[in-house]
Design a protein around this ligand. Structure first.
Ligand code: FES
Length: 149
């Protein structure tokens, strides 16, 4: 773990202005921002830990809790909602055994919602690891999940 923070510092230098890029690298390497790493970064960069936490909690892309290997985003924006997004979300929650915002105990999946992905014509839309799946129905959820299990 220590090594990773050192790798990031080696890449960006001791430059507090690069903090967001550093956190992005840390997030993608570990799928979350471990507290010990944030403390180490704060100490090396000479910036308050609270400042790093403010950034970490401001951007939705960052997580302070471990995330699953696959991130599933269900659009619950208006267009997707009227086309049945909540039934798709229900089905995913049922199959994964976690509520929206949660991560499965095997750390394989995180289930999240988003308010509009800008692809309303394809609604309801589910995005798994940046891959868009449009015109979803609850009956298609099982087949979709098979690709990631
Ligand atoms: S409301 Fe779902 S993509 Fe716009």
């Amino acid at each position: 773990m220590e090594t990773k923070v050192k790798d990031i510092i080696a890449k960006y230098g001791v430059d507090p202005a690069q903090i967001i890029a550093m956190l992005q690298d840390l997030q993608s390497a570990k799928r979350y921002l471990p507290e010990e790493d944030l403390r180490e970064l704060a100490a090396i960069l000479g910036i308050p830990l609270a400042h790093i936490y403010r950034i970490a909690t401001f951007f939705k892309a960052f997580s302070l809790e471990p995330k699953g290997e696959h991130i599933i985003n269900v659009c619950v924006g208006t267009a997707c909602h009227v086309r049945g997004a909540s039934r798709i979300l229900d089905e995913l929650e049922r199959q994964l055994g976690v509520a929206s915002g949660g991560t499965t105990s095997d750390q394989k999946f995180s289930l999240e919602t988003v308010n509009c992905l800008g692809a309303c014509a394809l609604g309801p839309v589910v995005v798994v690891d940046q891959e868009y799946h449009g015109d979803m129905t609850p009956g298609q959820v099982d087949k979709l999940m098979e690709n990631y299990r």
